[in-house]
Design a protein around this ligand. Structure first.
Ligand code: THU
Length: 129
């Protein structure tokens, strides 16, 4: 699975976002250690705090299907600028990936930049499981 394919999937799935409040559509596509792909979108709520980001939707779909190790995730939105996971999503990603997990930040035109989760969330909080 190439980075570019994850980017395409993230850009495509973002159209399914349920974001009537912010009108900001976000899509995510992740790759697990067993080479399975999961996508996700942001799902908003009239009670704003109940909103789930695209990244967490994709992670929770993967984990609920038994995939608990994530290798890479691409994140795309409608923005002409690069998009980055919020703080809560970085912490959730750290639960299911190592610091070398690839985070692929995209623009709406398909351009992307590569990061590691360790760069985006250094010295993260983890407990032994
Ligand atoms: N959002 C995401 O889905 N992922 C991010 O990385 C940043 C923010 C969503 C949450 C909310 O539905 C909308 O974008 C505006 O904050």
């Amino acid at each position: 699975m190439e980075d570019k394919e994850l980017v395409k999937l993230a850009l495509n799935i973002r159209k399914q976002a349920y974001s009537p409040y912010s009108r900001f559509k976000v899509g995510a596509a992740l790759l697990t250690e067993n080479n399975r792909i999961f996508t996700g979108v942001n799902i908003e709520n009239a009670s704003y705090g109940a909103t789930n980001c695209a990244e967490r939707t994709a992670v929770f779909k993967a984990v609920s299907e038994g995939e608990t190790k994530i290798r890479a995730i691409a994140i795309a939105s409608d923005s002409e600028d690069y998009i980055y996971p919020c703080g809560i999503c970085r912490q959730v990603l750290a639960e299911f990936g190592d610091s070398d997990m690839k985070v692929i930040s995209c623009k709406n035109n398909g351009e992307y930049k590569l990061y590691t989760l360790g760069e985006l969330l250094p010295s993260s909080f983890k407990l032994e499981v």
